[in-house]
Ligand binder design. Structure first.
Ligand code: H79
Length: 594
């Protein structure tokens, strides 16, 4: 039997002599800010294996469901109080209207489990400040409603029964507690003293309830950390406090300040992992654990008229794309005020479950793709001795670009009797589908058994016989925060960060004078941004033209350049000044020899 470590220390010390102070000493020695790599690896193990979790945004905002006084607020579910500028006293009556009689914790947990999710992160408190458990620290919580139950307790029991980790989302920003500052402009309550320090005491007392009465909690998921009353020092203090209450808990990086657009933080910041929101970073977050959180429609909290659901195809491919980059997918549902997960979410999760049941081996506890570049046909995950080839597009050649490790055998994960031949090529081994119809239109997984650890060399693209070359967005190396390849546009997009750039390494077989042509799209209101194209020591600059919309591409000719000799080159496109929303969508760069 394993002893809890504190008890083990206390016991071993008690043999050594006077023991009254021993447990306190062991407690003081625990320093969450100086954790060994092994200890962190052990603490993060379940998270790294899990790959897929359920986010639940549930609060009083499920009652108005995105509308206030007859007006519909687009994209505002849990943000309705902000969007409709509702004063706390006008928001408060929602507490007596909230009565989620159909809430069934077992049902929710089974929906998550059947989808293949391994953990649940539920809002214990969102920005509205309302506690979803009967807290003793105020009356602004579910304990003071008609609903005389504790949904978090019931979820804790159901998660324990079904083997899922229960986690809490807790907003630092609070639009109800009068001690929280800064105030929203329409909130006319008098400001009292003391305020923010008193608020932090209140928040800590609430968190202590959550970390004492609900068993082991997987993650404390902070949010609302961006207002200037929240400081790095407060973040470090809160992180230590949480880890002291539950030493094995995982805390996301929003406990501290310093989060960037991509969801990453610097090494000076505390927090155990990065939190990209509504986006998948092109290269993951190298060197860090991370989790993309995303809505299934356009809102987090239930919104009665938001029917903009993502397709099961996109949801499954997002899950696989994220896993191939070493991250987790935290996919949101927004239950109704009656306590029901909307059918649109339930249906999609059931479809994801069909996929994870058959293909789970390629997902859970897998490692990211060993290929440095995007593969045109799909994604790759791996386990020792095995590459999992996630085929999104079987019409493309299944080229394992640059793979040097011998491939022993390739077969269908769902039906290992179906095997495939492998043909070598200059660019790497190719899996021959030979007309086989693959079993899954969304993602058919093939297993490639390999002889040892995967070794992959970067494959250099070469100019053709005339000396021309087209560099496609999908093949570019993306550097920066938000820029990413968007399959829907067959182009690079989300170019919303001025510093972001893309580069291609390639071999030119002939020197000479080259015309430089880009294929670009840019919505008219955003046109006019400027960018640089650098090749060797030469730089040309240009301005982004307006096109009909983000998906209408035009050819943009840049001044010709002279490249005196053949050889290996890097071409980089970098934003210098963004347009109103972004730089542009970039499909390709072509060099045509004059
Ligand atoms: O909890 C979820 C969101 O409520 C929260 N983080 C995730 C996990 C979040 N905080 N900030 N944001 C999301 C982005 C803010 C978007 C806003 Fe708006 C733009 C707030 C007001 C304008 C979206 C559109 C919400 C209301 C209108």
């Amino acid at each position: 039997m394993l002893l809890p470590s504190l008890l083990a220390i206390a016991m071993s010390v008690s043999h050594a002599g006077p023991s009254a102070k021993a447990p306190a000493l062991a407690y003081q020695q625990f320093d969450p800010l100086h954790e060994s790599k092994d200890a962190k690896d052990a603490r993060m193990k379940w998270f790294r294996e899990a790959r897929f979790g359920m986010f639940i945004h549930w609060g009083l905002y499920s009652v108005p469901a995105g509308a206030w006084q007859g007006k519909d607020y687009n994209n505002a579910g849990e943000w309705l109080q902000y969007s409709a500028q509702i004063k706390p006293r006008d928001y408060e009556p929602l507490q007596q209207q909230f009565n989620p009689v159909n809430f069934d914790a077992e049902k929710w947990v089974k929906i998550a489990k059947n989808a293949g999710m391994k953990y649940i992160v539920i809002t214990s408190k969102h920005h509205e400040g309302f506690g979803m458990w009967p807290s003793k620290q105020s009356t602004w919580n579910i304990g003071h409603t008609q609903f005389h139950r504790d949904p978090l307790k019931e979820l804790a029991a159901a998660c324990k029964k079904e083997g899922l980790k229960l986690c809490f989302y807790h907003s630092i920003m609070d639009w109800h507690n009068p001690d929280y500052l800064p105030r929203k402009p329409w909130d006319d309550r008098p400001i009292q003293t003391p305020n923010i320090d008193k608020y932090v005491d209140y928040m800590k007392a609430q968190l202590k309830e959550l970390l004492t009465n609900y068993g082991p909690i997987g993650i404390l998921w902070f949010d609302g950390e961006w207002e200037d009353t929240w400081t790095h020092e407060r973040g470090v203090n809160l992180y230590k406090y949480i880890r002291t209450l539950q030493p094995n808990i995982i805390v996301n990086n929003r406990v501290d300040t310093g989060r960037t657009n991509s969801g990453a933080s610097t090494s000076e910041n505390v927090g155990d992992y990065g939190t990209p929101e509504q986006s998948i970073p092109a290269n993951g977050i190298p060197g860090a654990d991370w989790e993309t959180c995303m809505t299934m429609n356009d809102t987090w909290g239930f919104h009665a008229t938001d029917h903009d659901w993502k397709s099961p195809e996109l949801l499954i491919r997002n899950l696989v794309d994220i896993a191939s980059k070493g991250g987790n997918y935290l996919l949101n549902v927004g239950p109704t005020s009656l306590g029901e997960i909307p059918p649109g979410s339930v249906d999609r999760l059931a479809q994801m479950g069909k996929w994870t049941k058959v293909n789970g081996e390629s997902l859970y506890d897998s490692s990211p793709s060993p290929f440095p570049k995007q593969l045109h046909w799909g994604r790759v995950t791996q386990k020792p001795g095995k590459l999992y080839l996630h085929v999104f597009d079987p019409t493309q050649p299944i080229l394992l670009a640059g793979l040097k490790t011998p491939v022993k055998r390739v077969f269908e994960l769902a039906n290992p009797k179906v095997t495939f031949e492998i043909t070598p090529s200059d660019l790497g081994p190719v899996v021959n589908l030979n007309g086989t119809i693959l079993p899954d239109n969304i993602d058919s997984v093939l297993v490639a058994e390999i002889d040892g650890a995967p070794r992959v060399e970067t494959v250099m693209q070469m100019s053709d016989a005339s000396g021309n070359i087209r560099l496609d967005g999908i093949d570019g190396e993306v550097h920066g925060d938000t820029l990413a390849y968007e399959p829907a546009h067959a182009a690079l997009g989300f170019w919303t960060n001025a510093g972001d750039s893309v580069s291609w390494k390639f071999r030119l077989t002939k020197g000479g004078e080259y015309n430089l042509t880009l294929q670009v799209a840019c919505q008219p209101d955003t046109a006019g941004g400027t960018f640089e194209v650098m090749i060797g020591s030469q730089t040309v600059t240009s301005t982004v033209p307006a096109t009909k919309d983000w998906n209408t591409f035009v050819k943009l000719d840049l001044p010709a350049i002279t490249i005196p000799s053949s050889g290996d080159y890097t071409l980089t496109v970098r934003a210098s000044k963004l347009g109103a929303q972004a730089l542009m969508n970039l499909r390709s760069v072509t060099l045509t020899r004059k």
